[in-house]
Design a protein around this ligand. Sequence first.
Ligand SMILES: Nc1ncnc2c1ncn2[C@@H]1O[C@H](COP(=O)(O)OP(=O)(O)OP(=O)(O)O)[C@@H](O)[C@H]1O
Length: 635
Amino acid sequence: MTTSVTGQDTDHDDERRPDDAPLADGPDEPIEPIEPVGSSDDYTDDRLPTPKGASRRLLLSLLRPHRARVALAAVLLLAQQAAVQAVPLLVAYAIDSGVPALRDDDNGPLIAVAVAYLLCALGAGVLQSSFILVSARVNQSVLLDLRGRIYRHAQALSLDFHDRYTSGRLISRSTSDVQSLRELLNEGLQEMLLILVSVTYIGGLLFYLDVGLGAAALVSLVPLALVVRSYRRRSAEKFNERSTAIAAVIVKFTETVNGIRPVKAFRREKANDASFDRLNRHHERLNGDTIMEMCRFVLFTRLIGAVAVASIVLWGAQRVRAGDMELGALAAGALYIRRLYDPLDRFAMLLNSYQAAVASLHKISGLLGQRPDVPEPRDPAPLPERPTERPGREVVFDDVRFAYRTGGDVLPRFRLTLAAGETTALVGATGAGKSTLAKLLARFYDPTEGRVLLDDTDLRRLTTTELRRGVVMVTQEAFLFSGTIAENIALGKPDATREEIEAAARAIGAHDFIEELPDGYDTDVRKRGGRISAGQRQLVAFARVLLANPAVVILDEATSSLDIPGERAVQDAMVTVLRDRTALVIAHRLSTVEIADRVLVMERGRVVEDGTPADLVAGTGHFSELHRAWRESLV
Ligand SMILES: Nc1ncnc2c1ncn2[C@@H]1O[C@H](COP(=O)(O)OP(=O)(O)OP(=O)(O)O)[C@@H](O)[C@H]1O
């Protein structure tokens, strides 16, 4: 998708969006190459090449700023578990010492046990709430940071990436994938830690009560560990597939909503229903698979747990009878062993959310690992001062060759100079390479070979800010962002005053219609009454450019003709925008070509005719033919 100052998608998007083409290595990067994470990107299964350990590194980098809170949460958790796990010990003490003392009329030990119990229960409650509070703060910050990172990164990635990855997938990353991480962090991780800490405590306490009991419990954990391992392995793949499947559902949904006009125009509703239904069912089927895996896991762990508890209690009873163990120790031991196995069902659920989160984190880290094909320079060069005596800047395509990732050369090697301050019209059949040439000048892509120079400075050496100050592209259908008309114009210069905004609108001829809107410049473009026509949107986009005041402007003229009064207004505005700049116009109208200083006719990626409009009309080439046809169509 090609976005510009107007934020609009240029043509061809739909043809290039599909994920089905295998992608070759990225273009050469002569200046400051950044190692791409991977070269063969298979987007069909929604996975980007992710280096080993990337998810872990991502999680650590998210947690690092909250080290102190994480440490505090760990201490709170350890203390809370110490309080919780002291209870069976108190029971053992009550049975073995409290009850015999009571028989001797000494109720002191039992009262001590009761007080200790109360303190433990109270302490555990307070510690647990503090733990929840501290960890919730960490989780919130982590998720906030992660969503922000995804958004910033998505904006920073090149058009080439967006052409292939689709907006639906990006939405899926920042919604359902972040959500599954949220579920893990908010509930899953806390409980998992709780279980792990409690299992460690219980193990230690069982050994303390009786070495035999401890050893028996430890042995019973071996089959359990095997079952957990096998479940993790089997379900990991299922979760990955499920997360891919939900992304496909979201992709289909956003594609339909984004393309609702063609959907209706071509009566695609039924066909879309069918394919959406297929994707939806596929996702549900995978969901069912993950639930089956969990059922299997619960069944096995329950079985192992029941057998282990029964065997240990029977064996312990024998030892009590033989006088090898105190009754209190057996009672406490039985309580501990139950506590050891009780949370296992929960553990299965937690493993589920853990697996889902791992799959999501993997995908997110794959996305965040992508490097822009059009990177920021490490050694930026400033643009030279604009000489006052001449407007615009000189543009040179210096031995440029260009191929998209997916095919052969679209622009074979060429050299082209656009003189400062001149308006050049690009004409040619569809697919000739006009937009590609324009996109190279806007640095939406970098040349495969050669350089694009702006006043002798390679575009690759300009920072984004400097580049956008120097070159602005306006695409066919001006896109308005949510906000007011004034805000939309001010995109060209965020610190512009209201006077400057109005002056730009006046110069473009947009002031009158803006004043007639319900709230004038403060009309919200997404609200009722704020809807404006295609021609008016163009005018707003032109006012934006005028305010941005770039040295070079690239214009992709709308192919569809506007109504005549509208066209006149747009045409006049265009002349204003082009004045005193170097301009490259992908021209679809004769009137536009006629105001150009120079016309380039393109055919299969090459410039086949080059001259002033008058020269070319007088000649015998393609342009004179085109010109004749144009003239005839106007009669
Ligand atoms: N992102 C892309 N990935 C792969 N191929 C592309 C991409 N964009 C354009 N192409 C191909 O490059 C060639 C030139 O396309 P380009 O859009 O530059 O033509 P154009 O002259 O601007 O056409 P139109 O007048 O229809 O806009 C076409 O064959 C097109 O299919």
